[in-house]
Design a protein around this ligand. Structure first.
Ligand SMILES: NC(=O)c1ccc[n+]([C@@H]2O[C@H](COP(=O)([O-])OP(=O)(O)OC[C@H]3O[C@@H](n4cnc5c(N)ncnc54)[C@H](OP(=O)(O)O)[C@@H]3O)[C@@H](O)[C@H]2O)c1
Length: 293
């Protein structure tokens, strides 16, 4: 079994977690809606993740909705003392599986209680406020009203730590005047590097950065350069994509998603890959025009 401690650790709120975690979104049905085709398979992936040493799971009650958290509870409750479950609020699913903004005080409060109930917890470790000003990525706009609601829920003892998702640098700065922000979760991977400078700033501030879609998301990364490097290193492209993220910055916490035990094992083995300088050079060019100058 891979020893994932090799990837090191980083601070997440008041806990120290291993840098290789697991993202649970892929455990719901198609389109992150409804039950999975293979419920036993989903339970097996979660149990294997924790048995492999993973102590950081990313989820949300709007995956399914409710389904993913219920599966996490069934697989892992009562939770190990060192397991940190990070969830997110700010969206509501329509009956047609659509993703809709849900930022009123009532909706945010209900979302925290839904997460508590479905995960079987009295307190949520970390809750990310997931902004929805634009469906396509971060867009400017004040987060004061919803974040103040979340901070009040934290003061009530329902939430231990607060993070932000799908946010701009300006929104993070605004957020830090309202609450202690322990992590940021934005889209970032080898081919999508808009947050390069932001990641370095957050690292300097001791704030964790958990890239979503670390493997490219619903359509995993495809690149000849990535495949060539993987072949040279006798690894898979997905492993190289994860190894690249691990070397990119010490505050990056990985939450690759999979519904397959085989893929999970493969992803964990990314900690054994050392990327030589020429491979790094090739990989750094994949983002092309998206990469910072
Ligand atoms: N804050 C946000 O707005 C937001 C948005 C999206 C996601 N997230 C979080 O980020 C986590 C990660 O994102 P994600 O799961 O959407 O995308 P991802 O980790 O980039 O990629 C998942 C996809 O890659 C496939 N995959 C995984 N390992 C593989 C391997 N070794 N070889 C080949 N294919 C592999 C999976 O299919 P298989 O199931 O077949 O392995 C799935 O289709 C989610 O679980 C969720 O917790 C957050």
């Amino acid at each position: 079994m891979t020893d994932i401690r090799k990837a090191g650790t980083f601070k997440l709120g008041d806990r120290i977690v291993k840098r290789l975690g697991y993202g649970a979104m892929q455990l719901a049905g198609k389109g992150v809606f409804g039950p999975p085709k293979d419920r036993d398979g989903a339970l097996a992936v979660l149990r294997e993740a924790v048995a492999s040493g993973i102590d950081h799971i990313d989820t949300s009650d709007f995956y399914g909705p409710h389904v993913t958290n219920q599966i996490i509870r069934e697989a892992l409750h009562p939770y190990a003392d060192d397991l940190v479950i990070v969830t997110k609020i700010g969206a509501r699913r329509g009956e047609d599986s659509s993703w809709n903004p849900a930022f009123s005080a009532e909706e945010l409060t209900r979302a925290v209680h839904d997460n508590l109930r479905n995960l079987g917890l009295d307190v949520l470790d970390v809750v990310n406020l997931r902004l929805m000003f634009s469906i396509h990525g971060p867009a400017e706009g004040s987060l004061e009203a919803p974040l103040t609601v979340l901070a009040e829920l934290q003061q009530q003892g329902l939430v231990r730590h607060i993070g932000l998702s799908n946010v701009t640098r300006k929104q993070i700065a605004e957020g830090r005047t309202i609450a202690d922000i322990v992590c940021v979760q934005n889209q970032y991977n080898l081919a999508h590097r808009n947050d390069d400078a932001l990641i370095d700033e957050l690292a300097a501030a001791g704030i964790a950065y958990a890239p979503f879609f670390p493997l490219g998301g619903f359509t995993p990364l495809q690149s000849t350069a990535l495949s060539d490097v993987a072949a040279q290193l006798d690894a898979t492209p997905m492993q190289v994509a994860l190894a690249w993220l691990l070397q990119r910055s010490p505050n990056i916490l990985l939450i690759p998603g999979t519904s397959s035990v085989t893929h999970l094992r493969e992803n964990l083995a990314a900690v054994d890959i050392a990327l030589p300088d020429d491979a790094l050079k090739t990989l750094d060019h994949i983002a092309g025009d998206n990469a910072p100058g």
